[in-house]
Design a binder for this molecule. Structure first.
Ligand code: 0A1
Ligand code: ZN
Length: 869
């Protein structure tokens, strides 16, 4: 009698905090060169028959350990015969194969995709079936070692009802199809490239395709397909263009060519992350595929382009060369983010792209590095790996790659990447392998540089100018703050681009040079000048560090106007704004006039480079202002930032109005120039709104109503949402009625309200959580309301703790259904150390309330308990 064989539980294993350590890595005892999977597909019941050809890889006779999560084994067959020498250990299947060195193992599992609310493994989304296996989802489909250093060739047969699932997709090439009994059909897919289980994918559903072709540099013809639901096809063209550009770019810049005859992308609405790089079958959150000018903003278009590129680039940095274990995640993610950033820079404005990337790093990664969840880009331990898909691993990881590229220069960096790809093709590699390839290919010693992989925390560089006669120096003191488990740190190797200018306009005194810092205290000679120069440091943000350098507002204003590095110009103006805001928040004298003057200066470039001017004119966000303070005062920050916005809005009213008076570019014009103009119009409108001028709600409403695309429409709506006008109510209504059937646009409706600077935003968010269109089943919807809210500093940190309670309630409600997404909502509560005592107590109380819930997932347990430390 076969034992009952249904998936035992839709939720992950209960929380037993087991910590996994990087140092405990052991090579796999068994390899699996070939896997055949047979799926009998159904939304509520899918039967999986897995046949694994296993080969012993270690000398000692160890049993075969196959991981399982929520699975039951009905029967195990070895070389075709029923085998009884197996047992379950927790969710795992352990098969004793005695002294056999090779065997063919067959196991059947039954799963209910409709009950899989975690969106990990095989699940149903809008009547379609799809998979998400990274990091450990494959074990929710069938028993398997499910570790990235076990690489197999996959053969996948899928059978399903032809009407329900007319399209059957998996990795690699479709080698056969046919009809079956009872209205079923089947397809057989083979992927010639050995891959880890986390890259397995399958999709079955009623989908339509946007087809195209690409000819690779060696003349291989590749068929491209973007699969979406009927009605969404018209919104896939931008993604397709991005895919073709990415394919060409990777050939030209890294010499990397695509390696299958087919490249498919599928868009699904319910997805925990942005997208997934499964071999030959990328699966995307609809948010990063669907875009047209009526429903997507310019930022959304850029997001599509960047994520399509990111997943495509993984084909080499991730798939052809994969990770040995999950501690090496940054090997594929940091490098691939660096690659997608470089690609997007090449497609648009490099300066603006750099500004955006740095702003994101400061908003998402710096706080992580400064809080209880800080970890190195190559972590030393974890309880739940899903919690380590972080801004540190991704974005700081990209900065670390960028620093190596800076130290080596373009040509030697390319030698290093060539060596890395060639040497490790087909392997599961480590971060150390990457650094070794850089050292050899680039002929450089990166011994000390490796500390970037080991030490958490954002380094701080205290800089001071010193003078001896006519000789000038920069004295640098490097400190790295203590982080959990790392009390003391050794100095890092830091590439610092710098230049010095004479403020009398006579030009560069010190042309740009690259200084490589290695010591805790170091003196860098700058040269001989008659007077103190204006110092331009960390140009292009050459290192992910915090610079502490006192510069007078006059010097910053001068640099904001004259520095030849656009990023440094942006930084100078931001620093000027920041100094002013921090002074105001601390009740000290501020220099508003200098800021107004510098913004006014910058606006003079509005016609030539509107995109840059728009970025530069934006005030630093509230959280970043808070990061400069010993104790964050959210209310004072909100107040003073609004006051400065109002002062700039009022003083430069004519300039802002002039920007809005010029006609808007057509929404269908995607050129960088048009995008820049739209962005600047949004900034202008926000400044006018902040200045409280009476006609502004009317003006915003007119822009909202007449907008021919989403960029202008959303900017106007967001501006109105901050205020208290009839136009606000009216615009929100119109927007809702017009887009209520488009989930991605409806997300924006939730988002702009959660972002609002109104005093009643906490109450509004609580109300919206009860709205019939709000649902916990869709991660995009959850993020659009609660993710946006948690980023609204003054609202989330409302002094009575109502914001904290709201977020904790969400975590508690969401955890049983989707622990990964629930756990991602916790870090904002973990920032308690940065706030006053009252808020600290309230935040900790909510973390404790979360932890007191029975049956909490491993994901949430790890994040909440570490956040309390
Ligand atoms: N490798 C993907 C990210 C990803 C990770 C986990 C996922 O499921 C929980 C999904 C996607 C990327 O970097 O794009
Ligand atoms: Zn990635």
């Amino acid at each position: 009698m076969p034992r009952p064989a249904f998936m035992t539980d839709a939720s992950s294993a209960p929380a037993i905090p087991v910590t996994i350590h990087r140092g405990d890595y052991r090579r796999p005892e068994w390899q699996i060169p070939d896997i055949a999977l047979d799926f009998a597909l159904g939304i509520t019941m899918t039967r999986v028959t897995a046949a694994l050809s296993v080969v012993r890889a270690a000398p000692a006779p160890a049993p075969l350990l196959l991981r399982g999560d929520g699975l039951a084994a009905a029967e195990v067959r070895v070389d075709g015969a029923v085998w009884n020498d197996w047992r379950m250990e927790g969710g795992d299947l352990v098969i004793d194969l005695g002294h056999r060195d090779a065997a063919r193992i067959e196991v059947d599992t039954l799963i209910d995709p409709s009950a899989n609310t975690q969106l990990s493994g095989l699940y149903a989304s809008n009547d379609m079936l799809c998979t998400q296996c990274e990091a450990e989802g494959f074990r929710r489909i069938t028993f398997h070692p499910d570790r990235p250093d076990v690489l197999s060739r996959y053969r996948v047969r899928m059978t399903g009802d032809k009407a329900a699932f007319p399209v059957l997709l998996s990795n690699g090439n479709r080698v056969a199809t046919g009809e079956g009994a009872g209205g079923t059909h089947w397809a057989l897919w083979e992927d010639p490239w050995p891959k880890p289980s986390y890259l397995f994918a399958l999709v079955a559903g009623d989908l339509v395709v946007n087809r195209d072709r690409f000819t690779t540099m060696s003349g291989r013809e590749v068929e491209l397909g973007i699969w979406v639901r009927e009605g969404d096809l018209e919104r896939t063209h931008h993604a397709m263009a991005a895919l073709k550009h990415s394919m060409r770019w990777d050939e030209e810049v890294y010499g990397r060519e695509y390696d299958l005859d087919l490249f498919n992308i599928v868009a699904v609405s319910d997805f925990n992350m942005g997208a997934m790089e499964n071999k030959g079958l990328n699966i995307f959150n609809t948010r990063y595929i669907l875009a047209d000018p009526d429903t997507a903003t310019d930022a959304d278009f850029d997001g599509v382009e960047g994520v399509v590129a990111h997943e495509y680039f993984h084909n080499w940095s991730g798939n052809r060369v994969t990770c040995r274990d999950w501690f090496q995640l940054s090997l594929k993610e940091g490098f691939t983010v660096y690659r997608d950033q470089s690609f997007s820079a090449a497609m648009g404005s490099p300066a603006v792209k750099r500004i955006e990337d740095v702003r994101l790093l400061r908003a998402a990664q710096f706080p992580e590095d400064a809080g209880p969840l800080a970890h190195p880009i190559r972590p030393d331990s974890y309880q739940e790996i899903s919690n380590f898909y972080t801004a540190t691993v991704y974005n700081k990881g990209a900065e670390v790659i960028r620093m190596m590229a800076t130290l080596l220069g373009a040509e030697r960096f390319r030698k290093g990447t060539d060596l890395y790809f060639d040497r490790h093709d087909g392997e599961a590699a480590t971060c150390e392998d990457f650094v070794c390839a850089m050292e050899e290919g680039g002929d450089i010693d990166l011994g000390q540089f490796r500390r970037w992989y080991e030490q958490a925390g954002t380094p701080k560089l205290h800089l001071a100018l010193a003078q001896e006669g006519r000789d000038w120096f920069m004295d640098v003191t490097q400190t790295i703050p203590a982080t959990p488990g790392q009390e003391t740190k050794a100095p890092m190797m830091i590439p610092l681009r710098l230049a010095a200018f004479a403020m009398d306009g006579s030009g560069a005194l010190l042309p740009e040079r690259l200084a490589t810092l290695t010591d805790a205290v170091q003196r860098i000679p700058l040269g001989q000048f008659a007077a103190r120069p204006a110092l331009s440091v960390n140009r292009g943000f050459s290192a992910p560090v915090i610079i502490d350098l006192e510069r007078a507002s006059g010097e910053l204003a001068w640099l904001a106007a004259h520095d030849d590095d656009p990023f440094a110009r942006y930084e100078a103006l931001q620093q000027l704004m920041l100094d002013t805001l921090v002074a105001a928040v601390s009740g000290k004298a501020d220099d508003r006039e200098a800021v107004i003057g510098a913004v006014g200066q910058t606006l003079e470039g509005a016609v030539n480079d509107p995109a840059f001017v728009a970025e530069a004119a934006l005030l630093p966000n509230e959280a970043f202002i808070g990061d400069q303070m010993v104790t964050v005062d959210p209310d004072a920050i909100r107040r003073e930032r609004l006051a400065l916005q109002m002062a700039i809005g009022t003083a430069l009213e004519n300039e802002w109005r002039a920007i809005l008076a010029r006609s808007a570019p057509a929404a269908t014009d995607p050129s960088p120039e048009a995008k820049g103009r739209r962005r600047l119009r949004g900034v202008a409108l926000a400044y006018l709104a902040a200045s409280g001028l009476e006609d502004v709600p009317g003006l915003a409403f007119a822009i909202f109503s007449q907008a021919d695309g989403m960029t202008e429409r959303q900017a106007a709506l967001a501006t109105l949402a901050h205020g208290d006008s009839d136009e606000r109510t009216h615009a929100l209504d119109i927007f809702y009625q017009r887009y209520r059937d488009n989930p991605l646009v409806l997300d924006k409706w939730f988002q702009v309200q959660a972002w609002s600077q109104r005093a009643d935003t906490v109450a509004t968010v609580a109300e919206l959580a009860q709205h019939p269109d709000f649902t916990l089943t869709n991660p995009n919807r959850v993020r659009s309301l609660y993710g946006a809210f948690a980023g609204n500093q003054a609202a989330f940190h409302q002094a009575d703790g109502a914001g904290y309670r709201l977020l904790a309630d969400l975590v508690i409600a969401l955890d049983p259904r989707n622990p990964q997404t629930a756990a991602r909502m916790i870090p904002p509560l973990g920032r308690w150390r940065r706030f006053d005592e009252g808020r600290q107590l309230l935040m900790k109380a909510e973390l404790e309330r979360i932890l007191a819930q029975p049956g909490l997932s491993r994901d949430v347990t790890e994040q909440a308990s570490k956040s309390l430390m």
